[in-house]
Design a protein around this ligand. Structure first.
Ligand code: ZN
Length: 459
């Protein structure tokens, strides 16, 4: 067996993965991995010792390609003659990164390879040529049926099996303008822990999101040195998005309190990026008419253009808490309302305190959220009550605008805003606005009088 035969040749093989002295068996019995070729050399493979993970990924392959291999990677020969293949077995975010490094001759029907993994480990992988039962390439003969969770709709309880979630769930934050992974016992500086593989800039990571998540989910990342997650250093987890979308009138009770009709499509406006603020920042009030709107904020992790709602979650890197602070006079005055300006004073878009990957939630489509002013509850609802769920918002926005990695989508606010109260109530200097979403955290923003207070801007 030489490398030419590897590149050109095997039709169906299955692999076993040796790890910690234990061998896993091929997918379908006890999932451990699979390897498939088509005549042009395309292949798909899975390398994992987590049965739930393997099942989920394999089901993805089967579902996407109807049982044949659509894509996932390609063998290539590097200038030094090494045969490599990057195994990328993922269609909805989480993935396993393994690079097969070197072929070792091991007999006509067996192949031994060395592989390095994103965990930094080096493994031997052994493949056997399938014998009599092997179909000719292209092949589709792996014994898989999609488990029920693959037949999900965007509103299903969870696309991820429990063990899969635990394996993948991840929180990031912006600590003093540096990207950190957040663990229960402290933060890990990503640039340092990855030895410069990923930049320190919290915004830049979204251009390498898939690669980053693969690294962050390896043991090396969580085992790195801890630093304190100091509140006063926390900034917006996504500090410089290229686009910030926001959706209004997206909870039935908020539509009712606003006295407006339910829109046929999501009602979209923007909050300019200069309005972003950190989770604990002080907000300068420009006038006496600044209102609160707690919102779930979705962070785009992969470019989304003309995506279907059922695929939308695959394009979301994570979720965070947002406040869509709104100066109601500017917002609503004039013949055409000025939503974008009224909601874009500096500090009017606090976000944070962390960004959480969607797989951390039992149901990312039904999270409790609310806000308090000086301890008094103003809003208290669930994102499950949205008129247009997150996935439908992404589908609608992306039908028109390509959504770019690191963009934000403010997804609407439930009932309880100050402008709809009788009498109306707005934020005053000295008040503490706390905004929370279960499973993500709390924004704590103190209001102070800004330069234009109390009259606000005029021209
Ligand atoms: Zn809003």
């Amino acid at each position: 067996m030489d490398e030419d035969e590897i590149v050109g040749g095997w039709s169906l093989v299955h692999c076993s993965v040796e790890r910690a002295g234990k061998k896993s068996r091929p997918l379908g019995e006890r999932p451990g991995g699979m390897l498939l070729y088509t005549p042009d050399g395309w292949m798909s493979a899975l390398l994992t010792t987590d049965p739930a993970m393997a099942l989920a990924e394999a089901a993805t392959e089967a579902g996407v390609s109807g049982g044949t291999v659509a894509h996932a990677g390609r063998w290539e020969r590097t200038p030094d003659g090494t045969v490599r293949h990057h195994v990328a077995a993922s269609h909805y975010g989480p993935w396993v990164g393994t690079t097969l490094e070197r072929a070792v001759h091991s007999g006509p029907d067996e192949l031994l390879l060395t592989a390095s993994t994103d965990e930094g480990a080096r493994r031997h992988l052994r493949w056997r040529r399938a014998r009599a039962r092997a179909p000719r390439a292209p092949v589709a003969a792996f014994p898989l049926t999609a488990p029920p969770h693959r037949r999900r709709t965007p509103r299903s309880p969870s696309p991820f099996p429990l063990s899969f979630r635990r394996w993948c769930a991840m929180r990031t934050a912006n600590l003093g303008d540096r990207l950190v992974l957040v663990h229960d016992d402290g933060a890990v500086d990503v640039e340092k822990a990855s030895h410069g593989r990923f930049p320190s800039d919290p915004q830049a990571v979204f251009d390498h999101w898939e690669e980053f998540t693969a690294w962050a989910r390896t043991p090396a990342a969580p085992e790195a040195e801890r630093i304190p997650l100091a509140d006063h250093l926390l900034g917006a987890p996504v500090p410089r998005p290229r686009q910030v979308f926001a959706v209004g009138l997206n909870y039935a009770d908020h539509i009712e309190e606003s006295g407006l009709d339910t829109p046929a499509q999501p009602a979209v406006f923007t909050k300019y990026p200069t309005s972003l603020a950190g989770p604990y920042d002080t907000v300068e009030l420009p006038s006496t008419m600044v209102d609160w709107e707690v919102e779930l904020v979705a962070v785009i992790g992969a470019r989304a253009h003309r995506v279907r709602a059922e695929d939308a979650w695959q394009h979301i890197a994570g979720l965070t808490v947002g406040q869509d602070l709104s100066e109601r006079r500017i917002q609503l005055q004039g013949p055409a309302p000025q939503f974008a300006l009224g909601k874009s004073f500096p500090g009017f878009s606090p976000t944070g305190p962390v960004m959480v990957t969607p797989d951390e939630f039992d149901d990312p489509d039904d999270l409790a959220l609310g806000c308090t002013v000086d301890g008094e509850t103003m809003q208290d609802s669930r994102t499950g009550r949205m008129v247009f769920p997150v996935a439908e918002q992404i589908a609608w926005l992306s039908a028109i605008c390509p959504l770019l990695p690191g963009d934000l989508v403010f997804t609407g606010t439930p009932a309880g805003v100050g402008g709809a109260r009788k009498p109306r109530r707005f934020l005053a200097p000295g008040e503490q606005l706390h905004s929370w979403i279960d499973g993500i955290g709390v924004l704590r923003n103190r209001m102070v009088a800004g330069p234009g207070y109390p009259d606000g801007p005029s021209v």
